[in-house]
Write a protein that binds this ligand. Sequence first.
Ligand code: AMP
Ligand code: MG
Length: 328
Amino acid sequence: MLCLGIESTAHTFGVGIVDDKGNILANEKSTYRPASGWGIIPVDAANHHKKSGSKVIENALEIAGISIKDIDIVSFSQGPGLAPCLKVGMEYARYLANKSRRIIGVNHCIAHIEIGRLLTESKDPVIVYVSGANTQILSFSSGRYRCFGETMDIGLGNALDKFGRNVGLGFPPGPKIEKLAKNGNWVDLPYVVKGMDLSFSGIVTECIRKYNAGYKLEDICFSMQEVFFSMLVEVTERALAHLGKKEVLLTGGVAANTRLQEMLGIMCKERGAEFNTVPIEYAGDNGAMIAWTGILHYKSNKNAPCNENDIDIQPRQRTDMVEIGWIK
Ligand code: AMP
Ligand code: MG
């Protein structure tokens, strides 16, 4: 059985093709790049997806060596995300399903978790999900991925990107900040953890203020990473301790950061917990994670009726709103 999954929540139009054993046959994408100095303009990103969608689908089918007739299920990212972008993904999914294939709306955050579980040894982890728009500490309990801590304002990736945009680093600034940080020294910054929740935006404001006051860019990049990642490690360790779990899974676009991997790795080692990171190719938004989560939904509820409400976009759908039928 084959599922074609479409990702289109924000900057990336991705198409993945995955079989029911979890073999990834294709994972193609095209990424919208905002004009320098701007963040994502939703309508422009949606236009990018509209224009590039057919070609990405074609490429994915070609790489998998199949035609659309071989596809059994079509899944798409239904949320959370930017409504104009989500709509393009859903329209492509409806077109490909062509009223003859099962069509499944997938939660984007859950897809980031499931691709991590598929491609690592992770079984029952505390999940550190850090992407552009989302930052959550999650774990499975009683039928759902429950959220034990999260950002109170912007996501970690967006915090890094926002600083990067303001100091002219282009898009996406995350990897550039990581590189600059390697040659930086400590400067004092605020540290904001409230209970299990995190706040990044005020720290970004202070970083921009320090840059404008003449502090060295490398020093700000280093210190900003140290503070953001320490905040994450603190709440992750507390989640591990309270839940009594013995594994951490790092996933989402910011999982590509080697300093974050190192810091979480040290904490896990000290606690005797296992640490896994999603492979870098599948850290950022991608279609394979949507296809695999489509397969999981299908397998756990084969006879679900094709409900029109299930195949609509859900721009504000939270991770903990979705029932997880495939974990017992
Ligand atoms: P996603 O929304 O999951 O596709 O993740 C995209 C986010 O990951 C963007 O905010 C990027 O800046 C961020 N990102 C990608 N690579 C790195 C990196 N090496 N270090 C920090 N952030 C990164
Ligand atoms: Mg994402």
